[in-house]
Design a protein around this ligand. Structure first.
Ligand SMILES: Cc1cc2nc3c(=O)[nH]c(=O)nc-3n(C[C@H](O)[C@H](O)[C@H](O)COP(=O)(O)O)c2cc1C
Length: 443
């Protein structure tokens, strides 16, 4: 219970006669536990440059990075993604810096397999995991664009990149499972007598996979602990979740990956203020594009033509053709303005509307909610003050309702439990995916 809640309860106790809470207490204590986990992810920004106000030539600003990371920690975000790009900063050193200035925030290191030999990655990730006391997640990027991959010497096609990613994940899981030496003979990697003495703090490191192509669903569904999606309408998100779960089932897994969805909320105290802000944001994005400016300085030249090669971006642009607003508040003009370059779907509305929209995805089974704005630090604070508490409260209400429903079902279920039973709405959190015990050749 937060300090604020304690104070309110104490004040209420002073003003009002005591209420008999025993029926509620007994209801909650006899009910089966029902968990509706939802955690929040932000993205890392290493300086004050934003898409709204780009600062050309800006370098890493340690004071800004520290303040940003501590803001996330203080407002109880659970993770921050440290992204990867061929010309960006190194996610490992930035991630280590974040871990060193925060207490609970987990760092999600984006990793392209072409950039690092898997045995090196296994040790770097577990070194950071030990340094941060188990606060590391790795997010795999197969690579969505051939020309971007070629910049760092990767000439495999996308199918090959996903196949290599599959072998890579298996190697990492093996390397984290014990300090016994092992050999590996696969299609993409062969090594002998590798031994990892730097094991992860909690037995393994959660593996996340992102993408929306068939290969992404297959690799992520069969191997990942977490599957990352961009912001699509509820119907399409549900379809993607079903595909991922289908792949998990096909692979014979007992646990399905947790689903991560990504939005760029534009929010304010009222609907009118939020929509005015959304249009100012869109104007700034378009103006900066015309002036050749982006968050990292110059606007990047579209690689390999105007149509993005990755399926996730293609899907966003297709959905954008159906209209500006989907569902409650999902807004697509920001997708069009940025040619669906990464996470670009906005959620526009008052704090209540945005929180309710996020809860729609929680109800769909999404457990990780990535939210980052356009005015990076200020938006992170606004979400921390107005969105996270509302969503968490909504989840708490759902948990209580689900517990009550389960208890009623138990009570009215007949002596032999044969009458209609109500199943809890959401399952328990899945433990980390099973560790692959022996090296497997992927050829
Ligand atoms: C939540 C999320 C985060 C991502 N972060 C990055 C990133 O930091 N760097 C990057 O190059 N690609 C990133 N991607 C892109 C994908 O991981 C993927 O490799 C690529 O888009 C191919 O996708 P496709 O399977 O949809 O064609 C991200 C994707 C998602 C869904």
């Amino acid at each position: 219970m937060s300090q604020r809640q304690i104070n309110i309860t104490e004040q209420a106790a002073i003003r009002e006669p005591p209420v008999d809470l025993s029926p509620l207490v007994s209801l909650l204590s006899t009910a089966k536990p029902v968990k509706m986990p939802a955690e929040f992810i932000s993205a890392t920004f290493a300086n004050a440059s934003t898409e709204l106000n780009p600062i050309p030539g800006s370098k890493i600003d340690l004071d800004f990075l520290t303040r940003y990371a501590r803001t996330l920690d203080d407002y109880e975000y659970n993770y921050t993604l440290v992204p990867y790009g061929s010309s960006f900063y190194d996610p490992f050193t930035v991630g280590a810096t974040i871990a060193s200035v925060t207490k609970k925030l987990k760092v999600v290191i984006a990793l392209r397999p072409n950039t690092m030999y898997p045995t090196v990655a296994a040790k770097q990730l577990s070194t950071l995991d030990q340094l941060s006391n188990g606060r590391v997640v790795v997010h795999f990027i197969a690579g969505g664009n051939d020309a971007e991959q070629a910049r760092e010497g990767d000439f495999l096609d996308k199918e090959g990149r996903y196949e290599r990613e599959e072998e890579y994940i298996k190697i990492l899981r093996r390397a984290w499972s014990s300090s016994e030496p092992f050999d590996w003979e696969g299609k993409y990697y062969t090594f002998k007598d590798f031994r990892n003495l730097v094991l992860p703090t909690n037995g393994t490191i959660p593996v996340s996979v992102g993408g929306s192509s068939d290969s992404a669903y297959r690799i992520g569904g069969s191997l990942a602990d977490i599957f990352g999606l961009w912001g699509e309408p509820l119907k399409e998100t549900k379809e993607q979740i079903d595909r991922i779960y289908g792949e998990a089932e096909k692979a014979g897994r007992t646990h399905r990956p947790k689903i991560w969805v990504t939005f760029r909320p534009i929010t304010a105290e009222t609907e009118d203020l939020a929509w005015a802000k959304a249009h100012r944001t869109l104007d700034a994005l378009n103006r900066n594009k015309e002036n050749g400016l982006s968050i990292r300085g110059k606007q990047p030249v579209p690689l390999g033509g105007v149509t993005p090669q990755n399926v996730g971006s293609q899907r966003l642009l297709d959905i954008a053709k159906r209209g500006d607003v989907q569902d409650r508040a999902l807004w697509y003009p920001t997708v069009v303005a940025t040619n669906a370059g990464g996470a670009s779907t906005a959620l526009v509305g008052s704090y209540e509307t945005v929180a309710e929209s996020i809860l729609d995805y929680v109800d769909l089974g999404c457990e990780l909610i990535s939210i980052r704005g356009y005015d990076n630090l200020n938006d992170a604070i606004d979400y921390g003050r107005y969105i996270l508490p509302r969503v968490r409260e909504g989840i708490r209400e759902r948990e209580i309702a689900a517990k009550a429903k389960t208890t009623n079902a138990t009570e009215t279920n007949g002596t032999n439990g044969t009458k209609d039973a109500v199943v809890p709405v959401v399952a328990e959190v899945a433990p980390p995916a099973e560790v692959v015990p022996v090296p497997v050749a992927v050829a």
